[in-house]
Unconditional design. Structure first.
Lengths: 309, 479
């Protein structure tokens, strides 16, 4: 397990470094100049140049990248070109909201998807199955930018149960979490169903039933344990995406997360903030995927032992 | 108050976004303001023109103190302007002030400005918000902790999307809350989570809010100018017959009536008719598809050889919608338009590089006619100016020089009207409309005055009615 972890962490480091370098170069290639955004068109060339020098933008991309990487080593991600705030401060102000929304949406999705997927698999082609798959189809098809305002209209305006938007108290978390979690739940429910159906046809399940175990024990202790692997893969990918910022949901509900910060920064060509967001997102992905691999190992020790299945 | 975008920077030396500039007007005071005709009028100072290149400004006796307690004096004015004029500080406000040669203090309430050249419009450039010298020298972070002498004082900025100001005269707190999605902003107003919002609403939302009880919708003419720009170096759009054909093919009034629900008025030039330098006698390019087809035919285009153009716009959904309608109108006269929308940075970068045939944009908050030089002079190509369409007219260049050298505003106004006539004839832009200003107020709000340029000055007089106030009043009346 130790070797497995070390190799995962080393590859994670390479992935993060590669992502940071790639994005640093790409964002400098995108048309649009932060100096234009900051000074407007009326600025004199000498003023533009002065600002360019003061921001370090007059140097080659390689030199800028080396400065940036040195900064990362001491946790200095630079300052926003527009608000002049340190990027670490900006990220720190947004990360709690992102984590809160991501885990609330995940909780919401799991609470819906697991029972629904199991019910659909156990009652294959029955009414539960049709209902669950219908929900799944709807969940995948309805875009968040429509579902969000509809939920607001219903639960905030008509029923008055939750605030319309913003991040003030737990009640404000419900609608964004449901909006974000519903599409995730839809995908997850399908995955749970198909994965469970596949396992239910295996010999060991038939053996468990032949031993006289009751159906719930067969499903939870035998079938589900083996059906988890693809579900966990999907969970890892989705959680990574959630931590990367749910831009549409954040905008609809004015949720002050990383996703909206990154979009605003890209529009303003605020390079240091974009870089900071990318660093956070790549770290999140790598961390979640490493955790997924560790969980794989716990569920199926053959994976961490490196033995063939 | 719900805002479409949060302020970015409350330091007036560096703020460039419209929201920050509007909020800074509440936090700081400035030497000069504008009247409804955009003529410069005294703000916190009156002025005297001692010679064409020497102006004396007298600070008013009733200037507010800064919120740190000390009185706004000549030293503060000089320190603020000198900081902006210092090229090392790279302030975006510097460009409009470079005609200042020196600033000197006469006494604590009197400041002299000496200019490199004469310009009767000079007072109109002195709209910079004044900062306290003491804090300027200490490199205070005005961007996040503003200290000014305006009618409001900074109270708190707990998160980027929520700014709280305190009105100095009665300590009323006003929270400015970012709500990006316009539908959600309207729903928050209806639920009473915000009391007011202003602009950045689709016509459908305006109609919806108007139909709701308890919502007071205000409208007034605006001065923000929307136009369709041409690249005059392009072989197609460089042909004046093509530009006129396009102008005659767009039914602006139909768009205003049907799509914008009447919330705009047709434009003929950069300045609205009430502006002191506006040219009010320009001939309208009427909607006339037949004339448009004739012009296209003269330019060599017909059904067998249709004109193909690329029209660039930003990714704003409302702008895309308007562009789609223009695309459809141009199709009726045989012009095939390929519509392309880009994120702001890419779109604006392309426009500045001249990488376009057609584009649409708006000029926001324009006050002084020196902007004609900035937009239309042949030496104002980006990055030296905003002549994005590469317009070049010797007669306009000559008139611009004459206007700048003119000794009196009346003389300047006459010359700028001639410039507008020439530009209207050459048609580097198709003038589209001036969009109205719209605000929606909840039932608790009264006394808010909507401003023509969309600023938030109305917050100085706004009243919030608390239900307990009326209860107290009733109780008092009973006694």
């Amino acid at each position: 397990m130790g070797d497995f972890l070390i190799s995962r962490l080393l590859s994670a480091l390479v992935v993060i470094l590669g992502t940071v370098c790639l994005v640093f170069m790409l964002i400098h290639l995108v048309p649009g100049d932060p100096v234009d955004v900051m000074l407007g068109e009326s600025a004199r060339p000498s003023d533009r140049q002065a600002l360019r020098v003061s921001l370090g933008l007059d140097q080659s991309i390689a030199i800028q990248l080396s400065h940036y990487l040195k900064g990362i080593a001491v946790l200095d991600l630079g300052t926003s070109l527009h608000t002049k705030q340190p990027v670490t401060e900006l990220l720190a102000s947004r990360i709690p909201a992102t984590l809160q929304l991501a885990f609330a949406a995940l909780f919401c999705a799991l609470s819906i998807a697991i029972p629904l997927g199991i019910l659909a698999a156990v009652n294959r082609s029955g009414s539960w199955d049709w209902g669950a798959m219908g929900f799944s189809m709807l969940g995948v098809s309805i875009p968040n930018f429509w579902l969000g305002p509809m939920l607001i209209l219903c639960f905030s305006l008509w029923l008055g149960w939750t605030p319309v938007s913003g991040r003030e108290g737990l009640s404000s978390l419900i609608l964004p979490a449901v909006t974000l979690g519903s599409s995730f739940a839809a995908i997850l429910a399908r995955m749970v169903r198909s994965s469970l159906l596949e396992v239910m046809g295996e010999d060991f399940v038939r053996t468990a039933r032949a031993k006289g175990l009751d159906e719930s024990r067969v499903i939870w202790h035998h079938a589900m344990r083996n059906a988890w692997l693809p579900v966990i893969t999907l969970l890892g990918l989705q959680l990574g995406a959630l931590l990367g910022g749910a831009i549409v949901t954040e905008v609809v509900f004015d949720w002050p997360g990383i996703g909206s910060l990154m979009i605003e920064s890209i529009q303003k060509r605020d390079y240091p903030v974009v870089q900071g967001c990318v660093l956070f997102i790549s770290l999140s992905y790598v961390l979640v995927n490493t955790l997924t691999d560790i969980v794989y190992g716990l569920i199926d020790p053959r994976i961490s032992d490196g033995t063939d299945r | 108050m719900g805002l479409a975008s949060a302020p970015l920077n409350l330091d007036p030396r560096y703020a460039t976004d419209a929201t920050s500039e509007r909020i800074n007007r509440l936090l700081y005071q400035r030497l000069v303001e504008f009247d409804t005709q955009s003529m410069p009028v005294p703000g916190i100072a009156d002025w005297q023109r001692l010679t064409p290149r020497h102006y004396r400004f007298y600070l008013s006796d009733n200037v507010n103190r800064f919120t740190d307690g000390h009185r706004l004096e000549a030293d503060d004015v000089i320190a603020t302007y000198q900081h902006v004029l210092d090229p090392d500080n790279a302030s975006p406000r510097r460009a409009s002030l470079t005609l200042i040669e020196s600033i000197t203090k006469v006494d604590q309430t009197t400041v002299d400005f000496h200019l490199f050249r004469t310009d009767p419009l000079f007072p109109a450039y002195l709209t910079l918000d004044i900062l306290p010298m003491g804090l300027l020298n200490k490199a205070h972070n005005f961007a996040r902790q503003p200290v000014g002498s305006g009618p409001f004082t900074f109270y708190a900025w707990p998160e980027s999307g929520k700014l709280i100001l305190e009105r100095r005269r009665d300590h009323q707190l006003i929270e400015l809350l970012e709500v990006k999605n316009p539908t959600v902003r309207a729903l928050k107003l209806l639920r009473g989570e915000i009391d007011m919002l202003q602009n950045d609403l689709s016509p459908e939302l305006i109609g919806y809010l108007q139909s709701q009880t308890g919502i007071n919708l205000q409208r007034r003419h605006g001065s923000n100018f929307t136009y369709l720009g041409f690249n005059l170096q392009d072989p197609d759009t460089g042909d004046p017959r093509v530009r006129r054909a396009i102008a005659h093919a767009i039914d602006r009034q139909a768009i205003i009536d049907q799509v914008m629900h009447g919330a705009a008025r047709q434009a003929e030039t950069l300045f609205p008719p009430e502006h002191w330098a506006s040219s009010g006698d320009l001939t309208t390019y009427t909607y006339d598809p037949a004339t448009s087809r004739v012009l296209l035919s003269e330019a060599g285009y017909d059904a067998g050889n249709p004109l193909h153009l690329v029209y660039k716009t930003s990714s704003d959904p409302y702008r895309i919608r308007l562009a789609t309608i223009i695309q459809s109108q141009l199709k009726t006269v045989g012009i095939e338009v390929d519509l392309r929308s880009y994120d702001w940075g890419t779109f604006f970068g392309d426009i500045k590089r001249g990488n376009f045939q057609l584009y649409s944009l708006s000029w926001v908050g324009i006050r002084t006619p020196d902007v004609f030089r900035y937009i239309f002079a042949s030496d104002s190509l980006p990055p030296m100016g905003a002549n994005r369409g590469r317009y070049s007219s010797p007669s306009v260049d000559r008139l611009l020089l004459q206007a700048e050298a003119a000794g009196a505003l009346q003389q300047q106004a006459r010359l700028y009207r001639q410039i507008q006539q020439q530009i209207h004839y050459d048609l580097p832009y198709v003038p589209l409309w001036y969009e109205d200003q719209v605000s929606a107020l909840g039932a608790r709000v009264s006394g808010y005055k909507l401003m023509m340029d969309g600023n938030y000055d109305g917050l100085e007089r706004v009243s919030i009615h608390h239900p307990e106030d009326s209860q107290h009043a009733q109780t008092a009346a009973a006694y």
